[in-house]
Write a protein that binds this ligand. Structure first.
Ligand code: SAM
Length: 227
Protein backbone atom coordinates (compact mmCIF):
# COMPACT_ATOMS: atom_id res chain seq x y z
CA UNK A 1 0.00 0.00 0.00
CA UNK A 2 1.74 3.26 -1.10
CA UNK A 3 2.01 6.14 1.42
CA UNK A 4 0.23 8.52 -0.97
CA UNK A 5 -1.23 8.11 -4.47
CA UNK A 6 0.75 9.60 -7.37
CA UNK A 7 -0.24 13.22 -8.06
CA UNK A 8 -1.72 13.70 -11.54
CA UNK A 9 0.78 14.53 -14.32
CA UNK A 10 3.64 13.02 -12.31
CA UNK A 11 6.64 12.43 -14.68
CA UNK A 12 7.57 8.76 -15.09
CA UNK A 13 11.30 9.59 -14.95
CA UNK A 14 11.15 10.59 -11.26
CA UNK A 15 10.28 8.41 -8.25
CA UNK A 16 7.42 9.93 -6.27
CA UNK A 17 7.94 9.99 -2.51
CA UNK A 18 5.67 11.58 0.09
CA UNK A 19 8.23 10.92 2.85
CA UNK A 20 11.73 12.44 2.96
CA UNK A 21 14.45 9.84 2.37
CA UNK A 22 17.62 9.95 4.44
CA UNK A 23 20.64 9.45 2.19
CA UNK A 24 22.42 6.13 2.98
CA UNK A 25 25.61 8.24 3.27
CA UNK A 26 24.14 10.58 5.90
CA UNK A 27 26.63 10.68 8.83
CA UNK A 28 24.92 9.28 12.00
CA UNK A 29 26.72 11.86 14.15
CA UNK A 30 24.90 14.61 12.23
CA UNK A 31 21.39 13.32 12.99
CA UNK A 32 21.35 15.82 15.88
CA UNK A 33 21.24 18.68 13.34
CA UNK A 34 18.10 17.43 11.60
CA UNK A 35 16.21 15.78 14.46
CA UNK A 36 15.62 17.52 17.78
CA UNK A 37 15.14 14.18 19.56
CA UNK A 38 18.63 13.00 18.55
CA UNK A 39 20.41 14.44 21.53
CA UNK A 40 22.93 11.71 22.23
CA UNK A 41 25.55 10.09 20.00
CA UNK A 42 23.80 6.73 20.55
CA UNK A 43 20.83 7.77 18.45
CA UNK A 44 20.56 5.98 15.15
CA UNK A 45 18.06 6.41 12.36
CA UNK A 46 16.23 3.31 13.66
CA UNK A 47 15.85 4.72 17.17
CA UNK A 48 14.20 7.92 15.89
CA UNK A 49 10.57 8.39 14.75
CA UNK A 50 9.98 7.80 11.02
CA UNK A 51 10.46 10.73 8.68
CA UNK A 52 7.12 12.54 8.34
CA UNK A 53 4.52 11.67 5.70
CA UNK A 54 3.80 14.70 3.49
CA UNK A 55 0.67 13.91 1.47
CA UNK A 56 0.11 15.72 -1.81
CA UNK A 57 -2.24 18.71 -1.15
CA UNK A 58 -4.44 18.08 -4.20
CA UNK A 59 -7.06 20.57 -2.98
CA UNK A 60 -4.42 23.33 -3.24
CA UNK A 61 -2.04 22.67 -6.13
CA UNK A 62 -1.54 20.58 -9.24
CA UNK A 63 1.30 19.86 -11.63
CA UNK A 64 0.80 21.24 -15.15
CA UNK A 65 2.87 21.12 -18.32
CA UNK A 66 3.73 24.66 -19.43
CA UNK A 67 2.80 25.28 -23.06
CA UNK A 68 3.12 29.08 -23.39
CA UNK A 69 6.02 29.91 -25.74
CA UNK A 70 6.70 33.15 -23.83
CA UNK A 71 7.15 31.27 -20.53
CA UNK A 72 10.90 30.75 -19.84
CA UNK A 73 10.23 27.17 -18.69
CA UNK A 74 8.01 26.34 -21.70
CA UNK A 75 7.89 22.56 -22.24
CA UNK A 76 8.64 21.87 -18.58
CA UNK A 77 6.30 21.42 -15.64
CA UNK A 78 5.13 23.99 -13.11
CA UNK A 79 2.95 23.90 -9.99
CA UNK A 80 -0.38 25.79 -10.11
CA UNK A 81 -3.04 26.73 -7.55
CA UNK A 82 -6.34 24.87 -7.99
CA UNK A 83 -8.13 27.47 -5.86
CA UNK A 84 -7.46 30.81 -4.18
CA UNK A 85 -4.97 30.53 -1.32
CA UNK A 86 -4.64 33.39 1.18
CA UNK A 87 -1.27 34.94 1.99
CA UNK A 88 0.62 33.38 4.90
CA UNK A 89 -0.63 29.82 4.32
CA UNK A 90 1.30 26.60 3.95
CA UNK A 91 1.11 25.21 0.42
CA UNK A 92 3.27 22.07 0.31
CA UNK A 93 6.33 20.36 1.85
CA UNK A 94 9.54 20.10 -0.17
CA UNK A 95 10.37 16.37 -0.16
CA UNK A 96 13.47 14.60 -1.46
CA UNK A 97 16.69 12.95 -0.36
CA UNK A 98 18.20 14.54 2.77
CA UNK A 99 21.98 14.58 2.44
CA UNK A 100 24.91 16.21 4.19
CA UNK A 101 28.48 17.23 3.66
CA UNK A 102 31.01 18.94 5.87
CA UNK A 103 33.10 21.76 4.55
CA UNK A 104 36.34 22.96 6.00
CA UNK A 105 35.72 26.39 7.49
CA UNK A 106 38.98 27.59 5.96
CA UNK A 107 39.04 25.93 2.50
CA UNK A 108 37.07 27.42 -0.39
CA UNK A 109 33.71 25.68 -0.90
CA UNK A 110 34.50 25.46 -4.62
CA UNK A 111 37.63 23.37 -4.08
CA UNK A 112 37.47 19.91 -5.63
CA UNK A 113 37.93 18.30 -2.19
CA UNK A 114 34.53 19.71 -1.23
CA UNK A 115 32.74 18.82 -4.46
CA UNK A 116 29.68 16.63 -4.08
CA UNK A 117 27.14 15.31 -6.58
CA UNK A 118 24.15 17.34 -5.34
CA UNK A 119 25.93 20.59 -6.27
CA UNK A 120 24.93 20.16 -9.90
CA UNK A 121 21.31 19.29 -9.17
CA UNK A 122 18.63 21.79 -10.24
CA UNK A 123 16.38 20.35 -7.49
CA UNK A 124 18.67 20.73 -4.47
CA UNK A 125 17.59 23.00 -1.64
CA UNK A 126 19.58 24.00 1.43
CA UNK A 127 17.93 22.79 4.65
CA UNK A 128 20.43 23.58 7.42
CA UNK A 129 23.93 25.09 7.49
CA UNK A 130 25.69 25.31 10.83
CA UNK A 131 29.16 25.31 12.34
CA UNK A 132 30.19 22.21 14.27
CA UNK A 133 33.26 21.16 16.23
CA UNK A 134 33.92 17.44 15.66
CA UNK A 135 34.56 15.49 18.88
CA UNK A 136 38.20 14.43 19.31
CA UNK A 137 38.73 10.78 18.38
CA UNK A 138 41.34 8.50 20.06
CA UNK A 139 43.44 8.67 16.87
CA UNK A 140 43.34 12.48 16.75
CA UNK A 141 46.62 13.98 17.87
CA UNK A 142 45.21 17.50 17.83
CA UNK A 143 43.12 17.95 21.04
CA UNK A 144 41.29 20.94 19.51
CA UNK A 145 39.76 19.85 16.19
CA UNK A 146 38.96 22.57 13.62
CA UNK A 147 35.32 23.69 13.39
CA UNK A 148 33.62 22.59 10.17
CA UNK A 149 30.57 23.81 8.28
CA UNK A 150 27.79 21.20 8.18
CA UNK A 151 25.78 21.70 4.99
CA UNK A 152 22.53 19.69 4.87
CA UNK A 153 20.27 19.78 1.82
CA UNK A 154 17.21 18.16 0.25
CA UNK A 155 17.62 16.95 -3.31
CA UNK A 156 14.53 16.09 -5.35
CA UNK A 157 16.27 15.32 -8.66
CA UNK A 158 15.51 11.58 -8.63
CA UNK A 159 13.04 11.17 -5.73
CA UNK A 160 10.62 13.90 -4.73
CA UNK A 161 7.13 15.31 -4.52
CA UNK A 162 5.24 17.97 -6.48
CA UNK A 163 7.19 20.82 -4.82
CA UNK A 164 10.09 19.92 -7.14
CA UNK A 165 8.00 21.44 -9.99
CA UNK A 166 8.02 24.95 -8.48
CA UNK A 167 9.70 27.43 -10.80
CA UNK A 168 11.64 30.61 -10.01
CA UNK A 169 9.71 33.88 -10.55
CA UNK A 170 12.34 35.48 -12.82
CA UNK A 171 10.97 36.17 -16.30
CA UNK A 172 7.49 35.01 -15.22
CA UNK A 173 6.22 37.50 -12.62
CA UNK A 174 7.50 40.72 -11.00
CA UNK A 175 8.06 38.95 -7.69
CA UNK A 176 7.67 35.56 -6.00
CA UNK A 177 4.28 34.70 -4.46
CA UNK A 178 5.68 31.93 -2.21
CA UNK A 179 8.74 31.30 -0.06
CA UNK A 180 10.55 28.40 1.58
CA UNK A 181 10.38 28.09 5.37
CA UNK A 182 12.44 25.73 7.47
CA UNK A 183 10.32 24.26 10.27
CA UNK A 184 10.56 21.49 12.88
CA UNK A 185 8.04 18.65 12.88
CA UNK A 186 6.51 18.84 16.36
CA UNK A 187 5.85 15.10 16.73
CA UNK A 188 8.85 13.48 15.11
CA UNK A 189 11.44 16.21 15.71
CA UNK A 190 12.61 16.19 12.07
CA UNK A 191 13.64 19.38 10.29
CA UNK A 192 11.59 19.99 7.18
CA UNK A 193 11.22 22.56 4.44
CA UNK A 194 7.81 23.94 3.58
CA UNK A 195 6.51 26.28 0.90
CA UNK A 196 4.24 29.10 2.13
CA UNK A 197 2.38 31.89 0.34
CA UNK A 198 3.87 35.33 1.01
CA UNK A 199 1.49 37.62 2.89
CA UNK A 200 1.12 41.10 1.40
CA UNK A 201 0.02 44.30 3.16
CA UNK A 202 -3.65 44.58 4.19
CA UNK A 203 -4.52 40.96 3.40
CA UNK A 204 -2.95 41.04 -0.08
CA UNK A 205 -0.66 38.29 -1.32
CA UNK A 206 -1.35 34.62 -1.73
CA UNK A 207 -2.36 32.78 -4.90
CA UNK A 208 -5.28 33.30 -7.27
CA UNK A 209 -7.01 30.23 -8.68
CA UNK A 210 -4.89 28.99 -11.59
CA UNK A 211 -1.85 31.12 -10.68
CA UNK A 212 1.58 29.52 -10.88
CA UNK A 213 3.41 28.94 -7.58
CA UNK A 214 6.68 30.90 -7.85
CA UNK A 215 9.56 31.25 -5.40
CA UNK A 216 12.97 32.87 -5.57
CA UNK A 217 15.77 30.34 -6.03
CA UNK A 218 18.21 33.11 -5.05
CA UNK A 219 20.72 34.86 -7.27
CA UNK A 220 23.33 32.17 -6.50
CA UNK A 221 21.30 29.50 -8.34
CA UNK A 222 21.37 31.43 -11.61
CA UNK A 223 24.91 32.78 -11.14
CA UNK A 224 26.19 29.18 -10.86
CA UNK A 225 24.47 28.32 -14.16
CA UNK A 226 25.59 31.31 -16.25
CA UNK A 227 29.29 31.41 -15.38
C1 SAM B 1 13.34 22.83 -9.55
S1 SAM B 1 13.19 22.73 -11.26
C2 SAM B 1 11.60 23.41 -11.51
C3 SAM B 1 10.68 22.46 -12.22
C4 SAM B 1 10.98 22.24 -13.67
N1 SAM B 1 10.31 23.26 -14.45
C5 SAM B 1 10.53 20.86 -14.09
O1 SAM B 1 9.66 20.70 -14.95
O2 SAM B 1 11.07 19.87 -13.56
C6 SAM B 1 14.34 23.96 -11.76
C7 SAM B 1 14.49 24.09 -13.25
O3 SAM B 1 13.31 24.65 -13.82
C8 SAM B 1 13.64 25.60 -14.82
N2 SAM B 1 13.19 26.94 -14.37
C9 SAM B 1 12.64 27.23 -13.19
N3 SAM B 1 12.34 28.54 -13.11
C10 SAM B 1 12.72 29.09 -14.27
C11 SAM B 1 12.71 30.42 -14.79
N4 SAM B 1 12.22 31.43 -14.11
N5 SAM B 1 13.22 30.61 -16.03
C12 SAM B 1 13.72 29.59 -16.76
N6 SAM B 1 13.76 28.32 -16.32
C13 SAM B 1 13.26 28.06 -15.09
C14 SAM B 1 15.13 25.54 -14.99
O4 SAM B 1 15.40 24.60 -16.00
C15 SAM B 1 15.58 25.06 -13.65
O5 SAM B 1 16.83 24.40 -13.73
Amino acid sequence: MPDDPLPSNWPSSVIYTARPILSPHFPPDQLQYINRLATTPTHTIRSLPPLPLCKHPKDLVRIKLITQPEHPANGQNGLFAVRKVEGGCKVIDYVGVVHSRTLSATASSSSSANHHPYEESDYDLSLIRCMSVPPPTPSTTNPKPEPVLVDIGIDAAKHGNAARMINDYRGIAPKPNCEFRQVWDAQSGWARMEVWTIAGAAGAGGLRKGEEVLVSYGKGFWAARTS
